[in-house]
Write a protein that binds this ligand. Structure first.
Ligand SMILES: NC(=O)c1ccc[n+]([C@@H]2O[C@H](COP(=O)([O-])OP(=O)(O)OC[C@H]3O[C@@H](n4cnc5c(N)ncnc54)[C@H](OP(=O)(O)O)[C@@H]3O)[C@@H](O)[C@H]2O)c1
Length: 329
């Protein structure tokens, strides 16, 4: 497996997003199977595993902790704090909470669930407008000094916030949505990260599954699947947005690859400091996604995608309105 650097943190070129194993895409998958999948991912060369307090809440960190315990020293565990979640019950208000004391408590609880003595990469999940980012960076700095955390990250933060945080505690990685389905980061975020030497971890790199070509307007999601509430996944939007999948499919056909592989290869081709974290609950898809690392797109293929994708107007917002308001702050 090729490796990449998020600032000074070396990880596999592709990470594994673990969220969907416990939440967001319907009922949790079978725990034993997911433990096998995570360990299989490591055997396939993956060293970066992405989870969060909020996934479950708690269940996903617990799962990832159990799966990685035997190979703890050979992997990089990334998790996140910052939503307002009751530490005892898991009840959530839907808001943010990055108050210093809360961050400290979340770190200790995450360490327990992850069955480890350090969190390799600790992201603030969403910026909390009630707490100055300097205070958040200061607490993470303190946790780093105590050895409980190794690296600081931010998720869906605005560029001004990233700069302020970075001045207090260098930021190793920013994690935000990025794929051919959502290219917002190209405007301001990627140039700023390049300037500051901060790595980038695109989440939903397969467009929450859409770019794989396995979803169309007739697909039905489980009632608890968050895509039911995403404007971009309304049946009408899915029908219109298939034009983008067709672009990817044509390149995949020419390379005897799959749309998922081309969607990931396109991200890997954007910058050498980009590390996508596709999520799956299926072994054969994990294998398929791993194949993207060796599918290096040519300049002609990248040009073709650029030109053909530019003709398509994606329909529908990428998140429900309330969730969108929490991004870019
Ligand atoms: N920081 C944040 O706020 C944030 C937000 C969202 C996600 N994330 C992180 O990013 C990770 C990835 O994002 P994501 O899970 O939202 O989206 P994604 O990786 O773009 O897509 C995941 C979806 O695609 C399907 N899939 C995966 N590989 C496939 C393939 N080869 N062919 C067909 N379908 C495939 C999966 O279904 P199956 O399981 O059925 O394969 C799943 O429904 C998450 O696990 C999480 O760790 C972070």
């Amino acid at each position: 497996m090729k490796t990449r650097f998020l600032r000074d943190l070396e990880v596999s070129a592709l990470g594994l997003g673990c969220m969907g194993m416990s939440s967001a895409y319907g009922p949790a998958a079978d725990r034993g199977e997911m433990i096998r999948l995570i360990r299989h991912a490591h055997e396939g060369g993956i060293t970066l595993f992405d989870t969060a307090e909020a996934y479950g809440p708690f269940a996903n960190e617990d799962l990832v902790g159990e799966a990685l315990q035997p190979i703890r020293d050979r992997v990089v565990i990334a998790t996140k704090f910052g939503f307002d979640i009751d530490l005892r019950t898991g009840a959530r208000t839907g808001g943010t909470n990055s108050r210093p004391d809360h961050i400290r408590q979340v770190a200790d609880a995450a360490l327990k669930r992850l069955r480890t003595d350090r969190i390799d990469l600790f992201y603030q999940h969403r910026v909390d407008p009630a707490v100055p980012i300097e205070d958040v960076a200061g607490v993470v700095k303190e946790l780093i000094a105590a050895g409980k955390v190794k690296h600081f990250g931010l998720s869906e933060a605005g560029v001004a916030t990233i700069r302020r945080a970075h001045a207090v505690q260098p930021v190793t990685a920013v994690q935000s949505e990025y794929s051919l389905f959502w290219r917002g980061p190209e405007v301001e975020l990627l140039p700023a990260l390049e300037e500051l030497n901060i790595g980038f971890v695109p989440f939903s790199p397969l467009g929450a599954g859409f770019l794989t070509g396995k979803i169309d307007e007739t697909t039905t999601f489980d009632p608890t699947d968050f895509r039911n509430a995403v404007p971009r996944f309304s049946p009408a939007a899915r029908k219109a947005n298939r034009a983008l999948v067709d672009v990817i499919q044509r390149v995949a056909n020419a390379r005897s690859g799959t749309p998922a592989q081309v969607a990931l290869a396109w991200l890997l081709a954007q910058k050498p400091w980009i590390v996508p974290i596709p999520g799956t609950t299926k072994l054969h898809r994990l294998e398929e996604n791993l194949g993207s690392v060796d599918l290096v797109l040519t300049p002609a293929e990248l040009d073709r995608i650029r030109i053909e994708a530019a003709r398509i107007q994606i329909q529908g917002e990428r998140l429900p309105e309330a969730a969108l308001k929490m991004t870019g702050r």
